[in-house]
Design a protein around this ligand. Structure first.
Ligand code: ATP
Ligand code: MG
Ligand code: FE
Length: 344
């Protein structure tokens, strides 16, 4: 089946067509970064309005790239939550209307299930796609979670952040050192020029058992180091490197613990921070040392995109699941409450 996927949970409009026979046919993302940059963060009402402006043109463009007419679509998947309620309603409204007009099923997808399944979206020619059971590390702008995946759709939370998400910590830390919004990727780029060990920050909550995280204290440590420094370019890069190493090391320690606790040797990583090069390299090393494996989406599918929603929706539609015609979104939504995906 060919599924149109629509993502509008926050500040990216993402559209894609996933074909269960041929794989990903086309995808496009429009980022609202410039719109929100002047405010230093996402302004929900502006986000909703920009999704309204961009969604239909992006759907037309993506269908054209896939070589499809709207009539060639067998189902529509959209992000139903979690996220900004207004932004979600734009995607849900368009998706439901389109499905109704085409007389095809529509399904609301959990945004974090989309992220979680992104590493399974594209085939790995050498190793094949990772298969459950596995442990997933979800590291995005709003979430830092370790999840045990017994089967697709069967998720058990092993641990999560008690305060800031990893991506949020990257963004806030970048901001306090004067980098423009959204600072996460820029902080990571700056860290490339930083000297390892010049600044050393704590690895929060790694000195006691458990799989939860806390990143807000790290931000304060960086602030103090930055304020007490010469605030030069090299110092900024050195602090960025120290911060990145602390986050990467903390995530790696907890991932290894989670694999041990779950008795798994497969780790999948998803969400925007999954694009971080040093995190990818560090987790590859760990997997190699253990004789296990770690899978990441390509960097563009770590951050928000329509492809992951089309893919997650396709798996559920293929299993016979779909929603009623009501336009409903779920801004707060626990992944453990999802129905398992079983296709017979
Ligand atoms: P959620 O999925 O939890 O609702 P979100 O959709 O806003 O949050 P994503 O789009 O998955 O989050 O990821 C965006 C986050 O990833 C931002 O916080 C950004 O700073 C961070 N990020 C992106 N690239 C990198 C990178 N190379 N290194 C570190 N952080 C990064
Ligand atoms: Mg975003
Ligand atoms: Fe996201």
């Amino acid at each position: 089946v060919k599924v149109l996927g629509i993502e509008t949970s926050c500040d990216e409009t993402g559209v894609a067509v996933y074909d269960t026979a041929a794989g990903l046919r086309a995808h496009a993302v429009y980022s609202q970064i410039e719109l929100h940059a002047q405010y230093g963060g996402v302004v929900p009402e502006l986000a909703s309005r920009d999704h309204v402006r961009k969604l239909l043109p992006l759907i037309r463009q993506t269908l054209a790239e896939a070589g499809l007419e709207t009539a060639g679509i067998d189902g529509v998947a959209y992000t139903a939550g979690p996220g900004l309620v207004g932004a979600l309603l734009v995607g849900a409204g368009v998706a439901r209307a389109l499905a109704w007009a085409l007389d095809v099923p529509a399904i609301g997808v959990h945004h974090m299930e989309g992220h979680l399944l992104a590493p399974l979206l594209e085939d790995d020619p050498a190793r094949g796609r990772p298969e459950p059971p596995f442990v997933a590390l979800l590291v995005s702008g709003g979430h830092t979670q370790l999840v045990h995946v017994a089967a697709i759709g069967r998720y058990r939370l092993l641990g999560e952040t008690l305060d800031d998400a990893a991506g949020e910590a990257f963004d806030k830390t970048a901001k306090l050192m004067g980098l423009p919004y959204p600072g996460g990727p820029q902080l990571a780029a700056l860290a490339e020029r930083g000297r390892p060990g010049a600044f050393r920050f704590a690895r929060p909550m790694t000195d006691r058992p458990g799989l939860d995280f806390s990143f807000s204290g790290l931000k304060t440590q960086v602030l103090l180091a930055w304020q007490g420094s010469d605030r030069g370019e090299q110092t900024r890069a050195d602090i960025a490197r120290g911060f990145e190493d602390a986050v990467v090391e903390t995530l790696a320690i907890k991932c290894e613990r989670a694999l041990d606790a779950a008795g798994c040797e497969t780790l999948v990583v998803a969400g925007g921070v999954g694009a971080n090069k040093r995190l990818r390299a560090r987790l590859e090393d760990m997997a190699h040392r253990r004789g296990g494996r770690v899978s990441f989406p390509r960097p563009a599918f770590c951050t928000d995109n329509g492809a992951m929603i089309a893919f997650a929706g396709a798996l559920r539609l293929q299993a016979g699941q779909h929603d009623t015609a009501a336009v409903r979104v779920t801004p707060r939504w626990d992944m453990a409450s999802l129905a398992p995906v079983t296709s017979e």
